[in-house]
Write a protein that binds this ligand. Sequence first.
Ligand code: DX5
Ligand code: ZN
Length: 206
Amino acid sequence: MKVSVSVLSEYDRLIAAVKKVNESTADFIHVDVMDGKFVDNEKFSVEVVKDIISISKKPLDVHLMVKDLETIKKYALLKPEYLTFHVEVLNDRGIIDYVKKLGIKVGLAINPETSINELYPYIDDVDLILFMSVKPGYGGQPFKEEVIDKIKSFKKMAPSDLVISVDGGINDKTISLCKYAGCDMVVAGSFITNSDNYDEKIRELR
Ligand code: DX5
Ligand code: ZN
């Protein structure tokens, strides 16, 4: 199981958190960009993400909770490993092609209440699907178990090399549901960052 560590809940102690992720066995550092429109919260400007890049030793997994396609283009210029944006803001595959041409892996995120039918037009064009298991916007919320059936249905139709990731409310209990659903990767925030020992927590999720 790949583990991507979200530093959202550590926004006020960001540099210390990024250094702790550096020293851990995390596969990725997950950065939650919020525009105050797609979600109420507003976090991680381009400048702050540049600061993270300057100290991070882990590949960046950027999750854009943003409404405007122009904002997606701005963050694409930072060349993260994965750039994930929401299927709810897409009208066509134009932005997917734009990001792929920059050599960046593309992820599509889907909110808990959105139907998996919205994903099908794009599944051959993207590298990762990020199933939200909480309402996006804040860390520390409880895992919505309904997402598990959704992932299982989706996997029946999905290409086998498409990475399936889950984001929100991941801990030592909910991880077993994610494994049962056949996920490849989890995004975990507070479960890891509330601990002094990131690696001990990451090990519990592997
Ligand atoms: C929520 C974010 C998540 C969040 C996860 O909108 O997309 O990445 O930081 O935090 P936890 O693991 O605390 O639910
Ligand atoms: Zn996220």
